[in-house]
Design a protein around this ligand. Structure first.
Ligand code: NCD
Length: 324
């Protein structure tokens, strides 16, 4: 039961939460197997092409790590030393890559380029971030993290949960994809905290309401913090602003430190962040005094990228039955 064929470009390709639950079972099995074996050798002889036209640490490396841990090999595309510099189109680049690899992972700063690449590809393509559009694998690892941290295996067990998303909800593709994925969940209470100009796109808000969720928007973090079981902080996406100077107005607008967390958050709440956090002075969305807090889930969250991406590769290339 794969939601990711022939390509995985959008969370909207997933039409039922049951598919997600089955996929999470696969990811949990992979995690268990990885405890005793370093490599699962299911995709021996396979080649992944990794194309990042935009900076990335976690997403790029966890996709590569996932592929190596399945026994495959990875070839990297480096935009600055590629024929893109000679004027080659994204479509021609895609046609070439199709004969060098068995699957491709691509991130691009301009929304729509990932789809153009996939449209002419003869091999499966995974969207690793498409401008301010979607970041579907991040959404899967985020929801997987919520399931794990809350110790549940079915979506029903999270019914009524209060979740708060904070920061740049306008340009943040991780937020956009997570919201689309939440549309498959039973009724939740969702709080969206952002400066007025960085609110969630109205069509996403409507989709969440149509899916049965209660949606609250505010510029005030503290009241939502008191009610939430999950708090999801995000970085101001400076690189997506028409005028990056404008981003500076909002950087540092929301920040969680130990004092605020102790005073307002409920003891069972978890704190997430897709990372990177902005470490420049006075801009940290989560201050470093939270780094050893047991409820800070963001480093576990990024580690979950490996089993989730391994699961996706076996779903798309075969070998799922061996691991389920
Ligand atoms: C996010 C992204 O690239 O959209 N990072 C990630 O993939 N973990 C969030 C961000 O860059 O702020």
């Amino acid at each position: 039961m794969s939601f990711a064929l022939p390509h995985f470009l959008s969370v909207k390709q997933i039409n039922s939460i049951i598919t997600v639950e089955v996929f999470f079972t696969l990811a949990r099995n992979i995690e268990m197997l990885l405890k005793s074996e370093k490599s699962l050798n299911v995709l021996k002889e396979h080649i992944l092409a990794s194309l990042f036209f935009e900076p990335s640490t976690r997403t790029r490396m966890s996709f590569s790590s996932a592929f190596y841990r399945l026994g495959g090999k990875v070839i990297d595309f480096t935009p600055d030393s590629s024929s893109i510099k000679k004027g080659e189109s994204i479509e021609d680049t895609s046609r070439m890559i199709s004969s060098y690899a068995d699957i491709a992972v691509i991130r691009h700063p301009q929304q729509g380029q990932v789809n153009k690449f996939a449209n002419v590809s003869n091999i499966p393509v995974i969207n690793a971030g498409d401008g301010s559009g979607e970041h579907p694998t991040q959404a899967l690892l985020d929801l997987y993290t919520i399931f794990k941290e809350m110790n549940v295996v079915t979506a029903d067990a999270l019914k009524g949960m209060q979740l708060t998303m904070v920061g740049d909800l306008k340009y943040g593709r991780a937020v956009h994809s997570l919201c689309s994925l939440l549309c498959l969940m039973p009724a939740l209470q969702l709080h969206f905290i952002a400066p007025e100009p960085l609110r969630l796109p109205p069509e996403l808000k409507e989709q969440l309401i149509a899916a049965g969720h209660s949606v609250y928007e505010s510029e005030e973090l503290k009241p939502a913090l008191q009610k939430s079981q999950v708090v999801y902080m995000t970085r101001i996406q400076e690189e997506r602003f028409p005028d990056p100077e404008e981003a500076k107005i909002y950087q540092g607008a929301y920040s969680i430190n130990q004092k605020l967390w102790q005073e307002y958050a409920s003891p069972e709440a978890i704190l997430m962040h897709p990372l990177p956090r902005n470490s420049q002075l006075n801009q940290l969305e989560i201050e470093t005094d939270m780094d050893n807090h047991p409820k800070l889930a963001m480093f576990r969250q990024s580690a979950n990228g490996v089993p989730i991406r391994m699961g996706l590769f076996v779903q798309m290339l075969g070998g799922e039955d061996i691991l389920l």
